[in-house]
Design a protein. Structure first.
Length: 400
C-alpha cells in the first residue's frame, strides 16, 4: 500500500489462504509440516466422536444441548440483525449520491459520523434491551463493527478518489464507480477496505464451497463441545474456586478454542464468502504462528482488519492529522483496544477493562522485544503470551 497515494490498491493478487486444504495451490501443500496440520484436523474430528460416545454412555446424550438453546434464544429476531445491518449500511452509498448532488463537506461529515455512530447505539440497545446472552451480543456487535468499517472505508476511499479526480480527472473511474452494483459487490466481498475492483476468480466451485461448509460445521461443533465441557462448568463454579485453579484449568481449553475460532473465521467463513463473491486475493492471514513478537502478530493475525487500521487510522493520523509515526501507532492501538473493550462490555453488561489493559500491555512487550534476539526468543515470548493471555483474561472476567 502506497503511503503517498491514499487510494492505492490493497488487494491486487490472486492467492489462496495459506492453510486451505481444499486448494492445491495453497502454501500448506508445499510445506513439509503439512501432515501435522492434517493431524490437527483429524484429531478435531476424533475428539467430537469420542466425546459424544463417552457422553452417551455416561449421561444418556451425545451432546449437552442447554447452551445451544440459550445461544438460539430469540433466534428469529437475532437472524434479522444481519439483513438489518446490511440494509442500514446503504446509508454510506446514499451519502455518496448526496455528495454528487452537491452536499457540502460539513454536512457530509455530520451525516457520515451520525449514521456510523447510530450503528453501535442500535446494536448496544438491542443486546441490552432484549437481554441477549453473550453469544447473541457478540454476534450483533461483530456485525455492527464489520458494517461500520465497510461504511467508513467506502466513504473515505471515495473521498480520496474524489480529490484525485478533481486534481486530475484523466483515466479516473470516479464517479462512475458510485453504483448500486459496485457497492453491493463490496458488501458481500470479504474485504473491509474498499476498492473499485478486486481480483476475481472466473468460476464458482461448488465442491470447494461444500467442503468449506462441512469443515466449518465440524469445527463449530468441536468449539461448542469445548465450551460445554470446560468453560461453562468452570466459569459457573469460579466463585468457589481459587484464581489460580480457574486460571490453570482454562489455559489449555483457551489455546485450543483460540485456534479453532481462527480456523472457523479466517479459513472457512471468509473463504466461503470469497467463493460466493468470486474474490481471489485470499490472504486473510499470514503465518502468525511464526510471529517474533506482538507487533508482528498484529500485522499477520487478521489481515482485513489490519488493512483497515493501517489505511484509515494510521495513515489518516500521519497524512491528515500530521502525527508522528509513533503517535499514529499509539492512536491505532488505542482505537483497536477501545473497540474490543466495547464488544466485551456489551457481552458481559459491565465495564471491566481487562482486555483493554492486556492489549495496551503489548507496548512494553514490543519495546522489550526490540532489544532482544527477535527470532527464537521472540517466538517463545509470543507463544507464552498466547498460552497465558486468553486464560488470564477469562479468569479475570469470571473472578473479579
Amino acid at each position: 500500500m502506497d503511503k503517498k497515494h491514499p487510494s492505492s490498491l490493497v488487494y491486487s493478487k490472486h492467492q489462496p489462504s495459506y492453510l486451505d486444504l481444499s486448494d492445491e495451490s495453497a502454501g500448506i501443500h508445499k510445506n513439509e509440516l503439512k501432515g501435522f496440520y492434517m493431524l490437527f484436523v483429524l484429531v478435531t474430528g476424533f475428539y467430537i466422536l469420542i466425546n459424544s460416545f463417552n457422553k452417551f454412555y455416561s449421561a444418556g446424550y451425545f451432546v449437552e444441548d442447554s447452551f445451544f438453546w440459550a445461544m438460539i434464544e430469540d433466534g428469529k429476531f437475532v437472524a434479522l440483525v444481519w439483513p438489518g445491518a446490511f440494509f442500514y449500511s446503504w446509508f454510506a452509498f446514499l451519502l455518496q449520491l448526496l455528495i454528487l448532488k452537491g452536499l457540502s463537506e460539513t454536512l457530509a461529515s455530520i451525516f457520515q459520523h451520525l449514521t456510523q455512530s447510530l450503528m453501535f447505539i442500535i446494536a448496544t440497545y438491542l443486546a441490552v434491551s432484549r437481554n441477549w446472552g453473550f453469544s447473541q451480543s457478540l454476534y450483533v456487535m461483530m456485525l455492527a463493527f464489520t458494517h461500520f468499517m465497510k461504511m467508513h472505508s467506502y466513504t473515505m476511499v471515495n473521498r480520496d478518489l474524489r480529490n484525485e479526480y478533481l486534481e486530475n480527472c484523466k483515466d479516473s473511474k470516479y464517479p462512475r464507480n458510485i453504483t448500486m452494483k459496485n457497492y453491493f459487490k463490496f458488501l458481500i466481498t470479504p474485504a473491509i477496505v474498499y476498492q473499485i475492483e478486486y481480483p476475481q476468480r472466473e468460476n464458482f466451485r461448488v465442491k470447494y464451497f461444500v467442503l468449506k461448509f462441512v469443515l466449518m460445521i465440524v469445527e463449530c461443533i468441536c468449539l461448542y463441545m469445548m465450551f460445554t465441557e470446560y468453560f461453562i462448568p468452570i466459569i459457573r463454579n469460579a466463585k468457589n474456586m481459587s484464581f489460580l485453579d480457574v486460571y490453570t484449568k482454562l489455559m489449555i481449553p483457551c489455546v485450543v478454542s483460540y485456534n479453532l475460532l481462527f480456523l472457523i473465521i479466517f479459513e472457512q467463513i471468509l473463504n466461503m464468502f470469497a467463493e460466493m463473491s468470486y474474490f481471489s486475493d485470499r490472504e486473510f492471514y499470514q503465518q502468525w504462528w511464526n510471529s517474533d513478537g506482538y507487533e508482528d502478530f498484529g500485522r499477520k493475525w487478521n489481515r482485513p482488519v489490519h488493512f483497515f487500521l493501517y489505511k484509515h487510522i494510521y495513515l489518516e493520523c500521519t497524512n491528515h492529522f500530521k502525527l508522528s509515526p509513533q503517535k499514529a501507532k499509539y492512536a491505532t492501538y488505542l482505537f483497536s483496544s477501545l473497540c474490543h473493550e466495547l464488544i466485551i462490555a456489551v457481552m458481559i453488561r459491565r465495564i471491566a477493562p481487562f482486555l483493554f489493559g492486556l492489549m495496551m500491555f503489548q507496548f512494553p512487550l514490543i519495546l522489550i522485544n526490540k532489544f532482544i534476539n527477535k527470532n527464537e526468543f521472540g517466538i517463545y515470548l509470543f507463544w507464552v503470551g498466547v498460552i497465558t493471555g486468553p486464560a488470564l483474561l477469562v479468569t479475570c472476567y469470571a473472578k473479579i
